[in-house]
Design a protein around this ligand. Sequence first.
Ligand code: GDP
Length: 337
Amino acid sequence: MTSAGANAGGRAFVTGIGGQDGGYLAERLLADGVEVHALAHAAEPLPDVPGVELHVGDLTDVPAVRELVCRLAPDEIYNLAALSSVARSWQEPDLVAAVNGTAAVALLETAWLARERTGKDVRFVQASSAEIFGQPERSPQDERTPLRPVNPYGAAKAYAHLAVGVYRARGLHASALVLYNHESPRRPRGFVTRKITSTVAAIAAGREQRLVLGNLDAVRDWGWAPDYVDAMVRAAHAEVADDYVVATGVGHTVRDFVAAAFGHVGIADWEPLVGVDPAFVRPVDPTDLTGDSSHAGERLGWRPSTGFEELVGRMVDADVALLRDRPRAQDSSRSSR
Ligand code: GDP
């Protein structure tokens, strides 16, 4: 728990604390002097974020979350809880709909009720996703791009995204941040970036022979995760709530990422080390997701701090360092995605 008087920056309630963004956001808010309360998912190990008050529960348990939020009376609510894997959303579409869609809408209603009961101007930030655009007709996408998801993950996120607009029209200070892919050394290995950097580090150390991937031509706009939580905080504090695309504006193929990662460890001739397995190719996959964040630039003063090469370099360096500290016997955690 934060020390007495440390909540000069207000009180925040964060869902999804166990994920990459939840950790970065909590650290950022604590540094700003905010008292941070977080919903820790009962089914997962408790996250280790010193200074955060954890409340064990499940976002889909609407009455319990509603009671908790009304009791805490937070100034800001950040909804980051979601099943984050697009690939997994094909296996469990109903669960993804419940967590990424319905539970987010219920939390909006909870924010509304908390505002009614406490008289406080509760601010709501929804972690929306570029997946709501699906197969867009043009790149880059912006806030006016039609929503056309192509997988269960995107459809559920689109429902929550639209509901943010509904509650904003009702009078809630609610913003949806359309986050493009954002990465860091804390990214789980199921995501292609971390799968690449951890495997390239292992190949460079002579511990693995090959990197096996799916679609190498998919284009993603990859940014530095701490920049994206900075956008969330800016949106919560902005005078007017709105929707914002948060992206670097520069797209790269998976192949580009692979080449940059191998390049960083000094391997130029990487093609013979990379294979393609159809098992990693998705049934439907957005092929070109690149975002135009000029609106966030103008209204929130937000700019990405980190370019592509720097991002890849930091992630590879972190994985090289991890391997250096880890004995060979622990070489096990292969990605199934
Ligand atoms: P997503 O954009 O949220 O689905 O993030 P991912 O990092 O999981 O996937 C980004 C892109 O990489 C998608 O277009 C995938 O189809 C592509 N990709 C290619 N090979 C792989 C792989 O082996 N694993 C994963 N996760 N994605 C891959």
